[in-house]
Design a protein around this ligand. Structure first.
Ligand SMILES: *Cc1c(COP(=O)(O)O)cnc(C)c1O
Length: 361
């Protein structure tokens, strides 16, 4: 069996021990004779996995008791709509900080529901940086402020979060959840589709402050109501039991290797391997993001000559590296180095980049 290093942006690489355990137990879950994914979600066996997953998320991310943790199907995109439907009441304004394609999509869904304000727009600088506090123009008493902490396509990331003067801060963390500790005192709600850093596609992990949750509208179709998901402990309807089980395995894996402090250390080490090559390449590899805004999860670059890009792509494929082609909207290359990407995978890539430059530079 030969396994490629998978740098795909999502669905993306999962820890090998997680895949191995899942494949061992898929047919006969812990010796009980049937698969976990064939069982009732109301039974004892599933219930244990369900609650353990919530508890593991709380433990690893050090989520305080004044936050609910829920699972909702539909990916982060459903949250783009549920957030304004639930919190953007008539007469209120929601602030959006637009730093790239994902925060723009969230903004567009907010705009479809109610009054929105772009508190900062990265379009003028080609989305190459995160704004400073002074550049963000917040609305007084806004319903919420929304931002995307890591722009998966644009390759930029918030290193710390802005002050919002008491307005709830809602953060799309799809492509970086579980990669660093979070300042919960600043956060109203954090959410993430599972298919980047946790599990296969199929749901979002949502962490919501209790006082914000209380403000969510209840006169919506049932599946769109945060209060129902919260009251029923994410068992209002049938949850995606396979995705929750895989999330459970990934969280156990994170814990087993040393938790977030180890994950963060490895993240920094991996990102440095690639950015060092880019920075020492004298313009052979180009990353146009302001240095302090660079993403440590999705690293993007171009080659100075377009002709070389084709050759580069053929070369990486031969080297056993998969999923490096940049998003169709920006071109070039992108290495998504999520938690499950081993350091050796990133070393293989940086070695390839160095050799390719020496040969073609
Ligand atoms: C992938 C991604 C999304 C969309 O997630 P879906 O599960 O496809 O809805 C939203 N935001 C960010 C930052 C992402 O990386």
């Amino acid at each position: 069996m030969s396994i490629l290093y998978n740098f795909s942006a999502g669905p993306s690489t999962l820890p090998l021990p997680v895949l191995e355990k899942a494949s061992r137990e898929l047919i006969d879950f812990e010796g009980c004779g049937i698969s976990l994914i064939e069982m009732s979600h109301r039974g004892k066996i599933y219930d244990k996995i369900h609650n353990e997953t919530i508890n593991l998320a709380r433990e690893i991310l050090e989520i305080p008791e004044n936050f609910h943790i829920i699972f909702i199907q539909g990916g982060a995109t459903l949250q783009f709509g549920m957030i304004p439907l639930s919190f953007l009441n008539k007469g209120m304004t929601a602030d959006y900080i637009v730093t790239g394609s994902w925060s723009k999509k969230a903004f567009n869904d907010g705009k479809a529901v109610g009054i929105t304000n772009i508190a900062w727009d990265g379009e003028g600088c080609n989305y190459n940086k995160i704004p400073s506090q002074g550049e963000i123009q917040l609305t007084k008493n806004a319903a919420y402020v929304h931002l995307c902490s890591n722009e998966t396509i644009g390759g930029i990331q918030w290193q710390s979060f802005p002050e919002t003067d008491g307005v709830p801060l809602i953060i799309d963390m799809s492509s970086e959840i579980m990669s660093r500790p979070l300042p919960w005192e600043k956060i109203g709600m954090a959410y993430a589709g599972t298919q980047k850093n946790l599990a296969p596609a199929g749901m979002s992990l949502i962490i919501i402050n209790k006082s914000l949750a209380q403000k969510a509208r209840t006169d919506l179709p049932s599946y769109l109501r945060y209060d129902l998901h919260i009251d029923k402990n994410s068992l209002y309807n049938t949850p995606p039991t396979f995705v929750i089980w895989m999330t459970n395995l990934t969280l156990n894996w994170i814990k087993s290797i040393g938790g977030l402090s180890m994950i963060e250390k490895l993240r920094d080490e991996k990102a440095k391997l690639i950015y060092d090559i880019i920075d020492q390449s004298n313009g052979f590899y180009i990353n146009s993001i302001e240095k302090k805004s660079r993403s440590k999860m999705n690293i993007i670059w171009r080659l100075s000559e377009e002709k070389l890009e084709k050759k580069f792509l053929e070369g990486v494929e031969q080297a056993g590296l998969d999923g490096l082609k940049g998003h169709r909207s920006v071109g070039g290359f992108r290495a998504s180095i999520y938690n499950a990407m081993p350091v050796e995978g990133v070393k293989t890539l940086s070695d390839f980049m160095k050799k390719f430059m020496d040969k073609n530079g």
